[in-house]
Design a binder for this molecule. Sequence first.
Ligand code: TXA
Ligand code: MG
Length: 306
Amino acid sequence: MTATVNDAIAALERGDLIHLPTETVYGLGARADDPSAVAKVFEAKGRPKFNPLIVHVASFEAAEAIGVFDDRARTLAQAFWPGPLTLVVPIKDTTKVCDLARAGLDSVAIRVPSHPMALAILQGFGGGVVAPSANRSGRPSPTRFEDAMLETGVSVAASVDGGDCQVGLESTVVSALSDVRYLRPGAITRAQIEAVVGDLAQDASEGHRSPGRLSLHYAPDAPVEINIDNPPMDCVYLAFGETGFRGPVLNLSPTRNLSEAAASLFTYLRKADALNPTRICVAPIPTDGLGEAINDRLKRAAGFVG
Ligand code: TXA
Ligand code: MG
């Protein structure tokens, strides 16, 4: 039942899921550059929300190929990597981390874990690996191999047993965009960060807000209308399943496959917008499974959720 480091590398290359043992918690890993692979992560977690995911890499050099590191970000990386610190920086190369993994943001969260098996997998694979905690949604994060198997074993092609996680809670998330902000408390304390970059701006809501829910709605320039069965001719239509529409169509999934639609969603909103339509109309999408997250994102794009 337990996979080797090489099995995990092969699974990542195929676009399949792995269990990635890290020093914080077990991750549910997929290659970051492939939206179909990333969609499998959301699907396996159940009741998914398309929060942006952390991209794991083997070294600071690999991180620099993905994101833009200013002096403060570089200093933080040098102080705490490899280790349980995630840094949010501007995205440099969008081909390395797909839109779905970033939830359409122009920033990216990156970390270099310290677990030797995680490093061996990331080194061997070469690219970035997204990995949220390997639990199903709403359940505690797995910190033991057996728990990871219980939670998401059925969805995973290669489960690597790295023993018990030494940190046991998720990494600290620090944003290094305009000011340095402490977004998610974790093993690296606020004081440890301040010792490296000076006092952080105080923000009363910090620590309580979910960064995953902040300013995420990918808002195309064209207005978005959802649940449209009979689109007008002046729109670009995002179809789901067969359509008789004679105007411009981008089909999220001709076979009505939610995983495929999730993988195409952010990219197709962008493509539709690039055609400069009067509006973008989207077919009704079922609300079960991955459809819940797809509808959540679409409602945000249509302006129904703040
Ligand atoms: O310890 C960990 O960090 C574990 C292990 C497996 O490495 N991974 C983990 O990943 O907890 P995930 O994807 O569940 O954590 C995502 C966190 C969320 O709080 C999310 O909102 C934040 O990172 N995040 C990701 N991208 C962001 C961005 N561009 N801006 C702000 N926050 C971001
Ligand atoms: Mg989690």
